[in-house]
Ligand binder design. Structure first.
Ligand code: TTP
Ligand code: MG
Length: 227
């Protein structure tokens, strides 16, 4: 899954972790404080307005009916970010095609919200894209949180579509992140994953990102190597 050398022209790092773990907050910090980084936050607003349709809302209201359509569109928007030509040496992306597939689609299928045929079609698309397009991901930063913390943060931020998310759903999403990024699973064979304990208050995470040698500094070194 992961490929490319850190010495290649462009480096792509994807930030992953449960819903509400602090991905966007982290990306904003990088955008403001680290030169040479192109930050691509997740296009949630696109999902909320596909030619006037709030597909994120539809998916939460009736996942059996809408999850396939939603994940199909989401896959397109992720591909748009993967192929976005970065002007900076480091492209920092919120999420990826890989978490959409290995976490969210997988969860919808395992919880019987996506049918066998829908799952097969999404996977045909995913496999074709993976095999035919150069999705260069050099590193994943995994913001690892407890589902309980994410639950509290989601309640606090009040994204209206997410009012109905139960703790149990966050536990499932957490488990699949763990399976994908920590389990040495087949879906992530050559993993280059930096794990960050992101349970601390978001305000305190800044200190961790900018002081912890294993995370932010590592990314800065990538920029240094290239410049
Ligand atoms: P996240 O991708 O987890 O983004 P976030 O902004 O909630 O995370 P953070 O606070 O860490 O920045 O989820 C965004 C919403 O989209 C959330 O309601 C879950 C949903 N989603 C899916 O249903 N399927 C998917 O494949 C993805 C990537 C997200
Ligand atoms: Mg976000």
């Amino acid at each position: 899954m992961l490929g490319g050398s850190l010495l290649s022209d462009k480096t792509t790092v994807c930030v992953e972790g449960n819903i509400g773990c602090g991905k966007t907050t982290m990306l904003k910090l990088f955008k403001d404080q680290v030169p040479g980084v192109e930050v691509l936050t997740e296009p949630v607003c696109k999902w909320q307005n596909v030619r006037g349709h709030n597909t994120l809302g539809l998916m939460y209201e009736d996942p059996h009916r809408w999850s396939f359509a939603f994940q199909s569109y989401l896959q397109l928007t992720m591909l748009q970010n993967h192929t976005f030509p970065s002007k900076q040496p480091l492209k920092l992306m919120e999420r990826s095609l890989f978490s959409a597939r290995h976490v969210f689609v997988e969860n919808l299928y395992r919880s019987n919200k996506m049918s066998d045929a829908e799952y097969a079609i999404i996977n045909e698309w995913f496999d074709w894209i993976f095999e035919n397009m150069n999705l260069n991901v050099d590193r994943i930063i995994y913001l690892r949180t407890s589902p309980q913390k994410c639950y509290e943060r989601i309640k606090k931020r009040c994204r209206s579509e997410e009012n109905c998310i139960p703790l149990e759903y966050l536990q499932q999403i957490h488990n699949l992140h763990e399976e994908w990024l920590m389990g040495g699973s087949k879906s992530n064979p050559n993993s280059n994953v930096v794990v960050v304990d992101a349970d601390q208050p978001l305000e305190e995470m800044e200190e961790i990102y900018f002081k912890d040698d294993a995370t932010l500094l590592h990314v800065e070194r990538i920029i240094e190597v290239q410049s």
